[in-house]
Design a binder for this molecule. Sequence first.
Ligand SMILES: Nc1ccn([C@@H]2O[C@H](COP(=O)(O)OP(=O)(O)OP(=O)(O)O)[C@@H](O)[C@H]2O)c(=O)n1
Ligand SMILES: C[C@](O)(CO)[C@H](O)COP(=O)(O)O
Length: 231
Amino acid sequence: MIMKKIAVVIAAAGSGTRMSAKVKKQYMLLDGKPILYHTIKKFDGIEEICNITVVCDFNGMDFLKKEILEKNCFEKSVNVVEGGASRTESVMKGLLSLDTDTDFVLIHDGVRPFINRYVIREAIKQTVAGKSVVVCSKTVDTIKVAEKGRIIKTLDRSVLWNAETPQCFKYGLILEKVKEAMDLDEQFTDEASILEYFGMDVHIVENSHPNIKITMPKDLVYGEYLLKEEE
Ligand SMILES: Nc1ccn([C@@H]2O[C@H](COP(=O)(O)OP(=O)(O)OP(=O)(O)O)[C@@H](O)[C@H]2O)c(=O)n1
Ligand SMILES: C[C@](O)(CO)[C@H](O)COP(=O)(O)O
């Protein structure tokens, strides 16, 4: 079988507004190590991946290089790229830094350190088979749509999914569409919705393992618990 060149772009250039902390959440500690360390480690352990690129804020670049990359042992080479003002711009900068002969790319949030390696491998398998995929978990809550506090309707939960990462694509395709998205007057919170906007198919890889995005202070408490469970 011909080996495919698969890269991962880890988006970690956000400002962590909802965490309301002095230190950006991607550099906050879980079990004594930065959250971003735990995330990189997950992908370092996937043999199909040949390159890891972390997109981070300008001020965090030194910390990332000295405190995370130099002080820890990673098997793969980890490149560092400066991010942008929006998630889409950060992802675009990461994609542009990859070798042009990259076949497939996984895009992952720097603050989702609990992603299960079996799920990463399943997402890679489906992407190499020709699909654009997004890791999702089933929605467990009853979701209401409301306007000014008054409920308008309750959605059919059987067709609802929570979008997570990684989101995985053919490299050339996602680079082209992310670049096109940057020229639009639209905000996209993930890459799958960029392809959806252009009418392209995106498929779900179901995940039943915890893959929380560290967003609010309460997530740190749950995160410490999840790390202990992983041991
Ligand atoms: N300009 C941006 C904005 C977000 N991200 C990354 O996208 C991921 C998911 O975004 P989110 O949780 O919304 O992170 P923040 O934007 O940092 O948080 P907030 O929305 O609370 O400010 C994070 O790993 C974040 O670092 C990024 O790389 N570049
Ligand atoms: C990509 C993402 O993690 C999927 O859930 C998410 O959309 C990131 O942005 P958000 O604004 O924190 O939802």
